[in-house]
Ligand binder design. Structure first.
Ligand SMILES: C[S@@+](CC[C@H](N)C(=O)[O-])C[C@H]1O[C@@H](n2cnc3c(N)ncnc32)[C@H](O)[C@@H]1O
Length: 132
């Protein structure tokens, strides 16, 4: 909701434009308490959300929630801007300090229970494929 003008209606309009409205459902929820049962999703994507959470324990808590709602063998694609030189040019120094390094996100994912963590650097954005 921090994105200006965002709303469920807007998301449904976009789905309609893409011709997928009948196949999607949008729900509000807190990533620290994801409003779904255990083991229900094949894939979770999470783009530049977890760096908004203050403190490591909340980032790990969110990853535990993602782990919980994934089916066994399910995958999460996590995108996070990393604390690196490129992001120092894109953000303010204070904001960059809040970002995690590659090793931080790998540690959080492993602590949350993910068995396999793959990493790719996409122009300073960390792309992590986490497997339950
Ligand atoms: C930088 S925006 C990224 C938005 C979008 N995922 C993207 O990639 O363009 C960060 C998003 O994280 C959301 N967010 C922050 N804390 C959250 C929380 N505890 N639970 C769910 N979403 C949260 C904000 O509402 C905001 O939409």
């Amino acid at each position: 909701m921090e994105l200006g003008g965002n709303s469920p209606e807007r998301a449904y309009t976009n789905a309609e434009i893409e011709g997928v409205k009948a196949k999607v459902e949008f729900k509000f929820g807190n990533v620290l308490e994801i409003p779904f049962d255990n083991d229900v999703f094949d894939i979770v994507t999470c783009s530049s959300v977890l760096n908004n959470l203050p403190r490591e324990k909340n980032r790990i808590k969110a990853l535990k929630q993602i782990f919980r709602v994934l089916k066994p063998g399910g995958k999460c694609m996590l995108l996070e801007p990393l604390r690196n030189l490129r992001m120092f040019c894109a953000f303010t120094p204070f904001a960059v300090f809040q970002l995690g390094k590659k090793e931080h996100w790998e540690n959080y994912a492993e602590t949350a229970g993910f068995s396999k963590v793959r990493f790719h650097d996409e122009k300073g954005i960390g792309v992590f494929i986490l497997e339950k």
